[in-house]
Each structure stands twice: as C-alpha cells, then as structure tokens.
Write a protein that binds this ligand. Sequence first.
Ligand SMILES: [Zn+2]
Length: 252
Amino acid sequence: MKDETLLRYSRQIMLPEIGIEGQERLLNSRVLIIGLGGLGCPVAIYLAASGVGHLVLADFDTVELSNLQRQIIHTNKRIGLRKTESASAAIQALNPEIKVSCISEKMDSDKLHNEAMLADIVVDCTDSFSTRFEINHACVTTQTPLVSGAAIRLEGQVMVYDPNKESCPCYRCLHEHSREGTLNCAENGVGSVTVGVIGTIQATETIKLILGFGESLAGNLLIFDAKYMEWKKLRLHKNPKCSCCSASLPEI
Ligand SMILES: [Zn+2]
C-alpha cells in the first residue's frame, strides 16, 4: 500500500477490526448500490470515503430540485444530470483512488442477476416493493449478501440478508404479503436526516459484512423512530413457505 493510501485511511487502519489487511479487503471489494436517493447518497459517499474499491451505481433518474433536501451527494448545479453521473462526480472528487461504474438505465432481471453475482454486497436503496423483491430474488439466487433500508416520514428500518448465516431470513420472508401502496416519500414526505441515519447504518453494515467483524443485523429488523428517538431490534425468522428463499429447498 503506498504512503498516500496509508495516510488517507490511517484513522480506520488503527482500528483492530480493520487494520491493513481489512483496508486491503475493502479496496478489493465491489459493492452494487441500487438507488441514489436519500438512502443511496450517504451509502455511496461513506463507502467511497472508506475506500471500497469498486462502487457500481445504479439509478435511472435525474437530479431534481425536490431531491436536494435529503439527497446530499447531488448539488444545485447538477439538477438535470443523471443521478449516477452526479454521484460519480462527487465520489471522484472525494476519493479518486476508487473505481466507479454507472448503470443509468433500468436493469432487467438478467442484468440484475449478473450484477448481483459480480458484487460482494448489494445495497438496496430503492423505494418500491416490486423492485425490492426483484433485488432480493437476485441476491438469494446468487447467494450475495443484501443490505436493505427504507425510510418514510420520520421513521426508517434496516435489515440484512446474509446467505452465509444459517437460516437467515430474506427480505421476502418478512414482506411476503406487502403490496405496492401509497407509502412513498412523494406522497407522505420524509425527513432529511432520517434517511441519512438509515443510509449511514446501511453503509456500516456493508463494511462489517465485507470485513466480517462484530455481529451484523442479519436475522433482525432494526427500526428507527426519529420523532421519539427510539430504536427497536426485532428478531426475524425464516418463513418456511417463503416464495423466494424456501421455494427451491427440498421438503423435509
Ligand atoms: Zn425468504
């Protein structure tokens, strides 16, 4: 590792949980971030700052004025640009040592599966159930860990699917009966810092999964209420009838 790289990451290399070996592992990792909105912005900027070597950014939207209250990677000057291009510019300005790839069109199922397979971790920062189910399916099929976050109004939640952890529930185990509704930020609003808190936790879990230290959220649902500053951690169980992760398992 060259001196400049050592200096850049020196404060986290000092941590026994990371060290030089961990930093090298981060630099050799590839993370797919889907959605560069309120959640994806802090995820992308923290993973870039931490030195995740290859970030693949997927989003087909362009930057709008109403995004800027919470989507902190974008700027007033970049309104109208692709969110992927805007995020890439911010990341390169912060850390030119890492590689950024952009996917600026909607991914079909094949592309999504291929990208999930290539990634060490997938971070779901999208805002619709149908997209979340597709991402979950790609991760379960390719056995890629998934860090999933959601936020609305002043509340948010995070869960982790880790195929390396025995009997780990997937996103579908929890939301089998959830359907697309009107629970979106455009109609209900969302607090700027609330998405920041949830995105930052997603970035933390991603780094932990890459490095394998501590205990990840896998098997739990973390719920955050900003209004009353309350946190809850609920134990989740695999749904033996889950249409995604249990479908291909033999019956006992
Ligand atoms: Zn499942």
